[in-house]
Design a protein around this ligand. Structure first.
Ligand code: PXG
Length: 454
Protein backbone atom coordinates (compact mmCIF):
# COMPACT_ATOMS: atom_id res chain seq x y z
CA UNK A 1 0.00 0.00 0.00
CA UNK A 2 1.26 3.48 -0.72
CA UNK A 3 1.23 6.07 2.02
CA UNK A 4 -1.87 7.72 0.68
CA UNK A 5 -3.67 4.34 0.29
CA UNK A 6 -2.85 3.64 3.89
CA UNK A 7 -4.21 7.01 4.98
CA UNK A 8 -7.42 6.46 3.07
CA UNK A 9 -7.74 2.95 4.51
CA UNK A 10 -7.69 4.25 8.11
CA UNK A 11 -9.78 7.31 7.35
CA UNK A 12 -12.47 5.20 5.74
CA UNK A 13 -12.46 2.60 8.49
CA UNK A 14 -12.83 5.39 11.03
CA UNK A 15 -15.51 7.27 9.16
CA UNK A 16 -17.64 4.16 8.67
CA UNK A 17 -18.30 3.67 12.39
CA UNK A 18 -16.78 6.31 14.65
CA UNK A 19 -19.00 9.14 15.84
CA UNK A 20 -16.30 11.49 17.11
CA UNK A 21 -16.96 14.24 19.69
CA UNK A 22 -17.79 17.77 18.50
CA UNK A 23 -17.70 16.65 14.88
CA UNK A 24 -19.80 17.34 11.81
CA UNK A 25 -20.33 13.75 10.66
CA UNK A 26 -21.25 14.50 7.07
CA UNK A 27 -18.12 16.55 6.60
CA UNK A 28 -15.78 14.01 8.23
CA UNK A 29 -17.26 11.23 6.11
CA UNK A 30 -16.56 13.26 3.02
CA UNK A 31 -13.08 14.54 3.87
CA UNK A 32 -11.68 12.04 6.39
CA UNK A 33 -10.12 12.79 9.75
CA UNK A 34 -6.44 13.46 10.35
CA UNK A 35 -5.04 10.20 11.73
CA UNK A 36 -2.56 10.92 14.52
CA UNK A 37 -0.20 8.01 14.98
CA UNK A 38 2.29 9.19 17.57
CA UNK A 39 3.65 12.13 19.48
CA UNK A 40 6.84 13.13 21.21
CA UNK A 41 7.83 16.22 23.14
CA UNK A 42 5.87 19.09 21.63
CA UNK A 43 5.07 17.47 18.28
CA UNK A 44 2.26 15.24 17.09
CA UNK A 45 2.77 13.17 13.92
CA UNK A 46 0.06 12.09 11.52
CA UNK A 47 -0.11 8.96 9.41
CA UNK A 48 1.40 10.79 6.43
CA UNK A 49 4.41 11.69 8.55
CA UNK A 50 3.51 15.38 8.97
CA UNK A 51 4.88 16.76 12.20
CA UNK A 52 2.79 19.43 13.82
CA UNK A 53 3.90 21.65 16.69
CA UNK A 54 1.11 21.21 19.22
CA UNK A 55 0.39 24.67 20.58
CA UNK A 56 -2.89 23.34 22.05
CA UNK A 57 -1.31 20.65 24.28
CA UNK A 58 -3.82 18.17 22.89
CA UNK A 59 -7.02 19.76 24.15
CA UNK A 60 -5.51 22.13 26.76
CA UNK A 61 -4.23 19.16 28.73
CA UNK A 62 -0.88 17.60 27.78
CA UNK A 63 0.90 19.99 30.11
CA UNK A 64 4.18 18.14 30.48
CA UNK A 65 4.40 17.26 26.78
CA UNK A 66 4.31 13.88 25.06
CA UNK A 67 6.55 10.84 25.52
CA UNK A 68 7.14 11.11 29.26
CA UNK A 69 8.57 7.75 30.31
CA UNK A 70 8.03 8.59 33.97
CA UNK A 71 4.27 8.63 33.41
CA UNK A 72 4.37 5.46 31.36
CA UNK A 73 6.31 3.71 34.15
CA UNK A 74 3.96 4.98 36.84
CA UNK A 75 0.98 3.60 34.91
CA UNK A 76 2.59 0.28 34.10
CA UNK A 77 3.84 -0.35 37.64
CA UNK A 78 0.45 0.50 39.12
CA UNK A 79 -1.34 -1.66 36.55
CA UNK A 80 0.83 -4.60 37.49
CA UNK A 81 0.27 -4.03 41.22
CA UNK A 82 -3.40 -3.04 41.38
CA UNK A 83 -5.01 -2.14 38.05
CA UNK A 84 -8.42 -1.51 39.57
CA UNK A 85 -10.46 -1.79 42.63
CA UNK A 86 -13.53 0.25 43.51
CA UNK A 87 -13.74 2.78 46.33
CA UNK A 88 -17.41 2.23 46.97
CA UNK A 89 -17.64 -0.34 49.73
CA UNK A 90 -15.40 0.97 52.50
CA UNK A 91 -12.29 0.34 50.44
CA UNK A 92 -9.63 2.64 49.07
CA UNK A 93 -6.19 2.46 47.47
CA UNK A 94 -2.82 3.96 48.32
CA UNK A 95 -2.27 6.21 45.27
CA UNK A 96 -5.63 7.89 45.81
CA UNK A 97 -4.98 8.55 49.49
CA UNK A 98 -1.62 10.07 48.62
CA UNK A 99 -3.02 12.12 45.75
CA UNK A 100 -5.76 13.53 47.98
CA UNK A 101 -3.18 14.70 50.51
CA UNK A 102 -1.11 16.23 47.72
CA UNK A 103 -4.04 18.06 46.10
CA UNK A 104 -5.22 19.49 49.42
CA UNK A 105 -1.71 20.82 50.04
CA UNK A 106 -1.43 22.36 46.56
CA UNK A 107 -4.86 23.99 46.23
CA UNK A 108 -5.94 27.18 48.07
CA UNK A 109 -6.45 26.96 51.84
CA UNK A 110 -9.74 25.55 52.95
CA UNK A 111 -10.21 23.08 50.08
CA UNK A 112 -9.60 20.09 52.31
CA UNK A 113 -11.55 17.32 50.60
CA UNK A 114 -11.56 15.65 47.21
CA UNK A 115 -14.12 13.70 45.18
CA UNK A 116 -12.82 11.96 42.05
CA UNK A 117 -14.36 11.38 38.62
CA UNK A 118 -13.06 10.76 35.10
CA UNK A 119 -13.79 13.97 33.24
CA UNK A 120 -14.40 17.63 33.87
CA UNK A 121 -18.03 17.10 32.89
CA UNK A 122 -18.55 14.44 35.54
CA UNK A 123 -16.77 16.56 38.12
CA UNK A 124 -19.10 19.47 37.36
CA UNK A 125 -22.17 17.21 37.48
CA UNK A 126 -20.89 16.09 40.87
CA UNK A 127 -20.68 19.73 41.95
CA UNK A 128 -24.28 20.33 40.90
CA UNK A 129 -25.45 17.37 42.97
CA UNK A 130 -23.32 18.30 45.96
CA UNK A 131 -24.39 21.91 45.92
CA UNK A 132 -28.08 21.08 45.82
CA UNK A 133 -27.66 18.38 48.46
CA UNK A 134 -25.78 20.88 50.63
CA UNK A 135 -28.54 23.50 50.50
CA UNK A 136 -31.16 20.86 51.21
CA UNK A 137 -29.15 19.89 54.29
CA UNK A 138 -29.19 23.57 55.35
CA UNK A 139 -32.98 23.48 55.21
CA UNK A 140 -33.04 25.57 52.03
CA UNK A 141 -33.87 23.03 49.29
CA UNK A 142 -35.28 25.80 47.11
CA UNK A 143 -31.79 27.20 46.61
CA UNK A 144 -31.18 25.29 43.36
CA UNK A 145 -30.37 27.75 40.59
CA UNK A 146 -26.78 27.90 39.43
CA UNK A 147 -25.53 31.00 37.66
CA UNK A 148 -22.91 30.54 34.93
CA UNK A 149 -21.68 32.80 32.15
CA UNK A 150 -22.15 33.05 28.41
CA UNK A 151 -19.22 31.42 26.60
CA UNK A 152 -18.50 29.47 29.82
CA UNK A 153 -17.59 25.82 29.26
CA UNK A 154 -18.17 23.30 32.01
CA UNK A 155 -18.63 20.09 30.05
CA UNK A 156 -20.86 18.14 27.75
CA UNK A 157 -23.24 16.08 29.91
CA UNK A 158 -26.75 17.52 29.92
CA UNK A 159 -26.27 19.29 33.24
CA UNK A 160 -22.71 20.52 32.77
CA UNK A 161 -23.61 21.80 29.29
CA UNK A 162 -26.67 23.52 30.74
CA UNK A 163 -24.45 25.13 33.35
CA UNK A 164 -22.04 26.26 30.63
CA UNK A 165 -22.99 29.12 28.40
CA UNK A 166 -22.57 27.68 24.91
CA UNK A 167 -25.74 28.45 22.98
CA UNK A 168 -25.06 25.91 20.23
CA UNK A 169 -24.94 23.18 22.86
CA UNK A 170 -28.10 24.43 24.59
CA UNK A 171 -29.85 24.25 21.24
CA UNK A 172 -29.18 20.50 21.06
CA UNK A 173 -31.25 19.43 24.06
CA UNK A 174 -28.78 20.58 26.71
CA UNK A 175 -30.65 23.35 28.44
CA UNK A 176 -32.15 22.06 31.65
CA UNK A 177 -34.06 24.41 33.92
CA UNK A 178 -32.20 25.69 36.97
CA UNK A 179 -29.28 27.25 35.11
CA UNK A 180 -29.02 30.90 34.09
CA UNK A 181 -26.20 32.87 32.56
CA UNK A 182 -24.74 36.33 32.74
CA UNK A 183 -22.47 38.13 30.29
CA UNK A 184 -18.75 37.42 30.70
CA UNK A 185 -16.15 40.13 31.39
CA UNK A 186 -15.17 40.12 27.72
CA UNK A 187 -13.34 43.42 27.35
CA UNK A 188 -13.12 43.43 23.57
CA UNK A 189 -16.91 43.29 23.30
CA UNK A 190 -18.18 45.02 26.40
CA UNK A 191 -15.57 47.34 27.93
CA UNK A 192 -16.09 50.27 25.59
CA UNK A 193 -14.50 53.37 27.09
CA UNK A 194 -14.64 52.15 30.67
CA UNK A 195 -11.44 52.00 32.72
CA UNK A 196 -10.36 48.48 33.75
CA UNK A 197 -11.58 49.11 37.27
CA UNK A 198 -14.96 50.45 36.17
CA UNK A 199 -15.38 47.55 33.76
CA UNK A 200 -14.64 45.07 36.58
CA UNK A 201 -17.33 46.74 38.70
CA UNK A 202 -19.81 46.83 35.83
CA UNK A 203 -19.25 43.16 34.85
CA UNK A 204 -19.44 41.97 38.47
CA UNK A 205 -22.66 43.98 38.75
CA UNK A 206 -24.22 41.68 36.13
CA UNK A 207 -23.97 38.88 38.69
CA UNK A 208 -25.64 40.91 41.42
CA UNK A 209 -28.43 41.95 39.05
CA UNK A 210 -29.07 38.32 38.16
CA UNK A 211 -29.11 37.23 41.82
CA UNK A 212 -31.62 39.94 42.64
CA UNK A 213 -33.72 39.03 39.60
CA UNK A 214 -33.81 35.33 40.59
CA UNK A 215 -34.01 35.97 44.35
CA UNK A 216 -31.01 34.99 46.50
CA UNK A 217 -33.20 32.43 48.25
CA UNK A 218 -33.40 30.53 44.95
CA UNK A 219 -29.73 30.74 43.96
CA UNK A 220 -27.38 27.95 45.05
CA UNK A 221 -24.09 28.91 43.44
CA UNK A 222 -22.15 30.91 40.89
CA UNK A 223 -19.55 29.08 38.79
CA UNK A 224 -16.76 30.66 36.77
CA UNK A 225 -13.61 29.67 34.96
CA UNK A 226 -11.11 32.29 36.20
CA UNK A 227 -10.00 32.66 32.57
CA UNK A 228 -12.61 31.33 30.14
CA UNK A 229 -10.84 28.78 27.95
CA UNK A 230 -13.07 27.15 25.33
CA UNK A 231 -15.03 30.41 25.24
CA UNK A 232 -11.99 32.07 23.66
CA UNK A 233 -9.41 32.78 26.40
CA UNK A 234 -11.38 35.60 27.99
CA UNK A 235 -9.19 37.22 30.65
CA UNK A 236 -11.15 39.21 33.24
CA UNK A 237 -10.21 42.76 34.26
CA UNK A 238 -8.26 43.02 37.52
CA UNK A 239 -10.58 42.87 40.51
CA UNK A 240 -13.54 41.28 38.73
CA UNK A 241 -13.18 37.84 40.32
CA UNK A 242 -12.71 39.31 43.80
CA UNK A 243 -15.83 41.37 43.32
CA UNK A 244 -17.93 38.40 42.19
CA UNK A 245 -16.64 36.41 45.15
CA UNK A 246 -17.71 39.25 47.49
CA UNK A 247 -21.13 39.37 45.85
CA UNK A 248 -21.54 35.63 46.38
CA UNK A 249 -20.62 36.00 50.06
CA UNK A 250 -22.97 38.96 50.51
CA UNK A 251 -25.90 36.95 49.13
CA UNK A 252 -24.90 33.64 50.73
CA UNK A 253 -24.27 31.88 47.44
CA UNK A 254 -21.54 29.29 46.96
CA UNK A 255 -18.61 30.44 44.83
CA UNK A 256 -17.21 27.76 42.54
CA UNK A 257 -14.20 28.03 40.26
CA UNK A 258 -13.66 25.70 37.35
CA UNK A 259 -9.88 25.37 36.98
CA UNK A 260 -9.98 22.49 34.51
CA UNK A 261 -7.88 24.53 32.07
CA UNK A 262 -6.26 27.09 34.36
CA UNK A 263 -5.10 24.59 37.00
CA UNK A 264 -1.69 23.00 37.49
CA UNK A 265 0.52 25.85 36.36
CA UNK A 266 -0.92 27.01 33.07
CA UNK A 267 -1.22 30.60 34.31
CA UNK A 268 2.22 30.67 35.96
CA UNK A 269 0.57 29.94 39.32
CA UNK A 270 -0.46 26.54 40.57
CA UNK A 271 -4.04 27.73 40.25
CA UNK A 272 -5.46 30.94 38.82
CA UNK A 273 -7.22 31.26 42.19
CA UNK A 274 -3.78 31.82 43.77
CA UNK A 275 -3.00 34.68 41.42
CA UNK A 276 -6.40 36.33 41.85
CA UNK A 277 -6.52 35.67 45.60
CA UNK A 278 -9.75 33.66 45.57
CA UNK A 279 -11.15 31.40 48.29
CA UNK A 280 -13.70 29.31 46.43
CA UNK A 281 -16.08 26.91 48.14
CA UNK A 282 -15.40 24.29 45.48
CA UNK A 283 -13.00 23.86 42.58
CA UNK A 284 -13.12 21.64 39.48
CA UNK A 285 -9.90 20.01 38.28
CA UNK A 286 -9.15 17.70 35.32
CA UNK A 287 -6.95 17.88 32.19
CA UNK A 288 -3.54 18.95 33.60
CA UNK A 289 -4.06 16.74 36.68
CA UNK A 290 -2.67 13.82 34.66
CA UNK A 291 -1.47 15.85 31.65
CA UNK A 292 -4.12 13.89 29.75
CA UNK A 293 -2.19 10.60 30.01
CA UNK A 294 -5.13 9.09 31.92
CA UNK A 295 -8.69 10.36 32.26
CA UNK A 296 -9.15 11.81 35.73
CA UNK A 297 -10.93 14.73 37.35
CA UNK A 298 -11.38 15.97 40.88
CA UNK A 299 -13.74 18.18 42.82
CA UNK A 300 -12.02 20.05 45.62
CA UNK A 301 -14.56 20.67 48.36
CA UNK A 302 -14.14 23.34 51.02
CA UNK A 303 -15.03 22.93 54.67
CA UNK A 304 -18.38 24.67 54.55
CA UNK A 305 -19.86 22.11 52.15
CA UNK A 306 -17.79 19.11 53.22
CA UNK A 307 -18.41 19.54 56.95
CA UNK A 308 -22.13 19.54 56.35
CA UNK A 309 -22.00 16.51 54.04
CA UNK A 310 -19.88 14.64 56.56
CA UNK A 311 -21.86 15.61 59.66
CA UNK A 312 -25.41 15.51 58.33
CA UNK A 313 -25.43 14.10 54.81
CA UNK A 314 -25.62 10.39 55.45
CA UNK A 315 -24.64 8.33 52.41
CA UNK A 316 -23.99 10.42 49.31
CA UNK A 317 -25.61 8.36 46.55
CA UNK A 318 -23.21 9.37 43.83
CA UNK A 319 -20.06 7.96 42.25
CA UNK A 320 -18.54 6.37 39.19
CA UNK A 321 -17.05 2.92 38.71
CA UNK A 322 -13.70 4.59 38.13
CA UNK A 323 -13.89 7.25 40.86
CA UNK A 324 -10.42 7.30 42.38
CA UNK A 325 -8.86 4.96 39.83
CA UNK A 326 -5.48 3.78 41.14
CA UNK A 327 -3.69 3.93 37.78
CA UNK A 328 -4.93 7.46 37.06
CA UNK A 329 -3.89 8.48 40.57
CA UNK A 330 -0.41 7.01 40.13
CA UNK A 331 -0.03 8.93 36.86
CA UNK A 332 -1.31 12.12 38.49
CA UNK A 333 1.25 11.79 41.29
CA UNK A 334 4.09 11.30 38.81
CA UNK A 335 2.81 14.21 36.73
CA UNK A 336 2.75 16.53 39.76
CA UNK A 337 6.31 15.49 40.54
CA UNK A 338 7.40 16.45 37.02
CA UNK A 339 5.76 19.88 37.35
CA UNK A 340 7.54 20.38 40.68
CA UNK A 341 10.92 18.90 39.74
CA UNK A 342 11.13 20.94 36.54
CA UNK A 343 9.86 24.13 38.22
CA UNK A 344 7.33 24.53 35.43
CA UNK A 345 5.08 26.90 37.36
CA UNK A 346 7.90 29.35 38.07
CA UNK A 347 9.24 28.93 34.53
CA UNK A 348 5.93 30.14 33.10
CA UNK A 349 5.50 32.93 35.61
CA UNK A 350 9.00 34.34 35.23
CA UNK A 351 10.22 33.26 31.83
CA UNK A 352 8.11 31.64 29.13
CA UNK A 353 4.80 33.36 29.98
CA UNK A 354 6.26 36.87 29.58
CA UNK A 355 8.25 35.63 26.56
CA UNK A 356 5.07 34.38 24.85
CA UNK A 357 3.30 37.69 25.55
CA UNK A 358 6.22 39.64 24.09
CA UNK A 359 6.47 37.41 21.04
CA UNK A 360 2.75 37.72 20.30
CA UNK A 361 2.48 41.49 20.84
CA UNK A 362 3.63 42.53 17.34
CA UNK A 363 0.79 40.47 15.81
CA UNK A 364 -1.54 43.13 17.22
CA UNK A 365 -0.38 45.39 14.38
CA UNK A 366 -1.60 42.94 11.75
CA UNK A 367 -4.54 44.32 9.73
CA UNK A 368 -6.68 41.26 10.62
CA UNK A 369 -6.06 41.41 14.35
CA UNK A 370 -8.37 43.23 16.75
CA UNK A 371 -6.69 42.16 19.96
CA UNK A 372 -3.92 39.92 21.23
CA UNK A 373 -4.13 38.73 24.81
CA UNK A 374 -2.30 36.16 26.87
CA UNK A 375 -1.78 34.99 30.41
CA UNK A 376 0.93 32.43 31.15
CA UNK A 377 0.56 29.68 28.57
CA UNK A 378 -2.88 30.80 27.37
CA UNK A 379 -3.26 33.12 24.41
CA UNK A 380 -5.78 34.44 21.91
CA UNK A 381 -5.34 36.38 18.70
CA UNK A 382 -8.73 37.84 17.75
CA UNK A 383 -9.38 38.33 14.06
CA UNK A 384 -11.76 41.13 13.13
CA UNK A 385 -13.22 42.65 10.00
CA UNK A 386 -12.27 46.14 11.12
CA UNK A 387 -9.95 47.12 13.94
CA UNK A 388 -12.02 50.23 14.61
CA UNK A 389 -14.92 49.25 16.81
CA UNK A 390 -13.80 46.48 16.52
CA UNK A 391 -16.19 45.06 13.92
CA UNK A 392 -16.43 41.26 13.95
CA UNK A 393 -16.67 39.17 10.81
CA UNK A 394 -20.14 38.19 9.70
CA UNK A 395 -20.74 35.32 9.95
CA UNK A 396 -18.39 34.75 12.85
CA UNK A 397 -16.14 31.69 12.57
CA UNK A 398 -15.34 31.21 8.88
CA UNK A 399 -12.22 33.36 8.88
CA UNK A 400 -10.95 31.76 12.09
CA UNK A 401 -11.34 28.35 10.48
CA UNK A 402 -9.42 29.48 7.39
CA UNK A 403 -6.58 30.76 9.53
CA UNK A 404 -6.57 27.58 11.64
CA UNK A 405 -6.35 25.46 8.47
CA UNK A 406 -3.41 27.52 7.21
CA UNK A 407 -1.70 27.03 10.57
CA UNK A 408 -2.13 23.27 10.56
CA UNK A 409 -0.94 23.01 6.95
CA UNK A 410 2.06 25.10 8.02
CA UNK A 411 2.86 22.76 10.91
CA UNK A 412 1.19 24.48 13.87
CA UNK A 413 -1.79 23.23 15.86
CA UNK A 414 -3.83 26.23 16.99
CA UNK A 415 -7.54 26.17 17.80
CA UNK A 416 -10.11 28.58 16.39
CA UNK A 417 -12.81 29.77 18.79
CA UNK A 418 -15.17 31.88 16.70
CA UNK A 419 -12.55 34.08 15.01
CA UNK A 420 -10.08 33.90 17.87
CA UNK A 421 -6.90 31.91 17.26
CA UNK A 422 -6.10 30.11 20.50
CA UNK A 423 -2.90 28.72 21.94
CA UNK A 424 -2.59 26.68 25.11
CA UNK A 425 0.76 24.96 24.66
CA UNK A 426 2.47 22.43 26.92
CA UNK A 427 4.00 24.10 29.98
CA UNK A 428 7.34 22.79 28.78
CA UNK A 429 7.38 25.02 25.68
CA UNK A 430 10.81 26.63 25.25
CA UNK A 431 11.63 29.96 23.63
CA UNK A 432 12.34 28.28 20.32
CA UNK A 433 8.92 26.58 20.34
CA UNK A 434 7.26 29.91 21.05
CA UNK A 435 9.23 31.62 18.27
CA UNK A 436 8.25 28.91 15.83
CA UNK A 437 4.57 28.95 16.85
CA UNK A 438 4.34 32.72 16.55
CA UNK A 439 6.13 32.75 13.22
CA UNK A 440 3.75 30.14 11.72
CA UNK A 441 0.81 32.04 13.24
CA UNK A 442 2.01 35.21 11.49
CA UNK A 443 2.31 33.40 8.14
CA UNK A 444 -1.18 31.97 8.66
CA UNK A 445 -2.56 35.46 9.30
CA UNK A 446 -0.88 36.73 6.13
CA UNK A 447 -2.30 33.86 4.08
CA UNK A 448 -5.75 34.42 5.55
CA UNK A 449 -5.57 38.14 4.76
CA UNK A 450 -4.39 37.37 1.23
CA UNK A 451 -7.33 34.97 0.79
CA UNK A 452 -9.71 37.69 1.92
CA UNK A 453 -7.91 40.25 -0.28
CA UNK A 454 -7.19 42.50 2.73
N1 PXG B 1 -14.47 22.69 32.46
C1 PXG B 1 -13.66 23.36 31.64
C2 PXG B 1 -13.19 24.72 32.02
C3 PXG B 1 -13.23 22.77 30.44
O1 PXG B 1 -12.43 23.44 29.62
C4 PXG B 1 -14.56 20.84 31.01
C5 PXG B 1 -14.93 21.46 32.18
C6 PXG B 1 -15.09 19.47 30.73
O2 PXG B 1 -14.11 18.52 30.81
P1 PXG B 1 -14.25 17.12 30.04
O3 PXG B 1 -13.11 16.34 30.57
O4 PXG B 1 -15.56 16.54 30.40
O5 PXG B 1 -14.16 17.40 28.57
C7 PXG B 1 -13.69 21.48 30.12
C8 PXG B 1 -13.28 20.78 28.85
C9 PXG B 1 -12.72 23.15 23.24
C10 PXG B 1 -12.99 22.09 24.24
O6 PXG B 1 -13.51 23.25 22.33
C11 PXG B 1 -12.69 22.29 25.57
C12 PXG B 1 -13.00 21.31 26.49
C13 PXG B 1 -13.59 20.12 26.08
C14 PXG B 1 -13.88 19.93 24.73
C15 PXG B 1 -13.60 20.92 23.80
O7 PXG B 1 -11.75 23.89 23.39
N2 PXG B 1 -12.76 21.58 27.81
Amino acid sequence: MTLSDQTTHWQEMDARHHLAPFTDYASIRKNGARVITHADGHYITDIDGHQILDAMAGLWCVNVGYGRQKLVDAASQQMAKLPYYNNFFKTTNQPIAELSERLVALTPDGLNNVFYANSGSEANDTIIRMVRHFWALQGQPEKRVIIGREYGYHGSTILSASMGGMKAMHAQAAQEPGFVHIKPPYGMLYQGNLSEDDFATEAAGWLEEKIIEMGADKVAAFIAEPIQGAGGVIIPPAGYLNKVEEICRAHDILFIVDEVITGFGRTGYWFASDYYGLSPDMMTLAKGLTSGYMPMSAVMVGSRVADSLIADGGEFYHGFTYSGHPVAAAVALANLSIIEDENLVEKIRNDTGPYLAKALAPLGEHPLVGEVRSFGMLAAIELVQDKAGPVLFDPVGDVGEMCRDHAIAGGLMMRAVRDGMIMSPPLTFEHEDIDKAVSIAKISLDKTAAGLKI
